[in-house]
Design a protein around this ligand. Structure first.
Ligand code: FAD
Length: 444
């Protein structure tokens, strides 16, 4: 096999695999290096896909248990967690193998191993099993090494009692009591899964609201709905210490009144954010700068300080979302091929796959206020929507923010049934620069 490529992509997640395939489709001889045993990155292996599978399955379980309220009598509904996990693992295997197939089909050379930069056009690949090093050469290099969960100071994940999202996706029994540190979307999705399967779930959040960055009205409604579902929130509280007792954990919490308490639970999920994987790549050695938050510094064309080396996905600034990473993968491949790829960061939807779903795009009301932008608000509750009423899913509302003078849509935030699908329509409308009247006058 020749070790010279026109482009080499480090990392085979949504950013890296999409970029590799697009590069190859554009006629560029491409290789992709992935350190994990399977392709697909965090998203397919330990992120979006397994979490969405468990959200779907646990929702079915929960709904099935409550069917008699709707006049459907069933026998005893029982959980087979082992089978549920196998089902989730099957989805992961099929999809990661699917990416490998796409690599073959599109003639992307796949190297298994840990990639690091030797120089601005030489990359070392370290095979973890054979301990062998292979050096390959590339005209262009794209860094797509993604991110990993952050823990709290002095707290280590054992992925059984003190878990990151990775461990929370593979627990082998339903914890009686589960404490989640951090009220962000990953913690709340995992909290929903285990709460539906029978856990008593508590969320400890440092701020006075959950889901930081989300439109505040939506975030308030979201917390109210989750509370009704049984999740307990401890806001303005700080986890100071977690003691792993091997079969349980004791969590020391300081609340807003300055009162300390110890909370005993079976599993603690620490879900306080993710950090970019920039270590061990030799970035500084070859002159690539990193920002304070550890993301790689790039220009508007995704180029690092070394111009033939690019970076995309979770490893750069911006929302850590798979579809944002994929968009960047396509854009950078097109730029490398001499085309004019770009990403419109004003129109990137975000969805939380709880029940109901929460979906957002564009600016929040708080951001518009901060930017001194004059805006109008349109709101509609699902309570007044016949179909939502008919299917007993009438919680939540839609909030649309538009420019006060031009009526151009600036942001839309939905909490309610099928929010994740509906937001896509808004994305199209916003890409076409629609006004709120354009959407209102469209016969749906
Ligand atoms: P990654 O997916 O992290 O891929 C990077 C890859 O690079 C990894 O496979 C890693 O092994 C590899 N790598 C790292 N260093 C090296 C090296 N030196 N050499 C070779 N390979 C290396 N996003 C959504 O949009 N929707 C969701 O519903 C959603 N749900 C999520 C749920 C959970 C529980 C988690 C954890 C994340 C979720 N995300 C979701 C976020 C999404 O997974 C990430 O934004 C996305 O995976 C980022 O893609 P990436 O390619 O930049 O990085």
């Amino acid at each position: 096999m020749s070790n010279k490529f026109q482009a080499v992509v480090i990392g085979g997640g949504p950013a890296g695999y999409v970029c590799s395939i697009r590069l190859s489709q554009l006629g560029i001889k491409t290789a992709c290096i992935e350190s994990r045993d399977t392709l697909g990155g965090t998203c397919l292996n330990i992120g979006c896909i397994p979490s969405k599978s468990l959200l779907h399955l646990s929702e079915n379980f929960f709904n099935a248990k409550n069917l008699s309220n709707l006049g459907i009598e069933t026998g005893d509904i029982k959980l087979n967690l082992d089978k549920m996990m196998k089902n989730k693992n099957k989805a992961v295997t099929i999809l990661t193998k699917g990416v490998e197939f796409l690599f073959k089909k599109n003639k992307v050379t796949y190297f298994k191993g840990v990639g690091s930069l030797k120089s601005s056009n030489k990359i070392s690949i370290h095979d973890k099993q054979t301990k062998k090093e292979t050096i390959i050469e590339a005209g262009k290099i794209v860094i797509c090494t993604g991110s990993e969960p952050i823990s709290l100071p002095k707290i280590n994940f054992d992925e059984k009692i003190i878990v990151s999202s990775t461990g929370a996706l593979s627990l082998n029994s339903v914890p009686k009591k589960m404490l989640i540190v951090g009220g962000g979307y990953i913690g709340l999705e995992m909290g929903s899964v285990w709460s539906r399967l029978g856990s008593e779930v508590h969320v400890v959040e440092f701020l006075d609201h959950i889901t930081p960055g989300m439109d505040r009205e939506i975030s308030k409604e979201f917390m109210k709905i989750l509370e009704k579902q049984g999740i307990k929130f401890h806001l303005e509280s700080k986890v100071e210490k977690i003691k792993n007792n091997n079969n349980s954990a004791t969590v020391s919490i300081l609340n807003k009144e300055g009162k300390k308490s110890d909370f005993k639970c079976d599993v603690v999920l620490v879900s306080v954010g993710r950090k970019p994987n920039t270590k061990n790549l030799n970035l500084e050695k070859i002159g690539i700068k990193i920002n304070k938050n550890m993301t790689i510094k790039i220009n508007k064309n995704f180029q690092t300080d070394v111009k033939n080396i690019y970076a995309i996905g979770d490893v750069i600034e911006g929302p850590m979302l798979a579809h944002k990473a994929e968009e960047e993968g396509i854009a950078v491949a097109e730029l490398i091929a001499g085309q004019s790829g770009h990403v419109n960061y004003d129109v990137i939807p975000g969805v939380i796959y709880t029940s109901p779903e929460v979906a957002s795009i564009g600016k929040t009301e708080e951001q518009l206020k901060k930017d001194n932008k004059k805006y109008k608000i349109g709101k509609f509750p699902f309570m007044a929507n016949s179909r939502a009423k008919a299917i007993n899913e009438a919680e939540g509302f839609v909030k649309m923010l538009s420019d006060q003078e031009t009526d151009k849509v600036l942001g839309v935030h939905i909490i309610g049934p099928h929010a994740g699908e509906m937001i896509a329509e808004v994305a199209v409308a916003m890409e076409f620069g629609a006004s709120s009247e354009d959407i209102a006058r469209t016969c749906h």
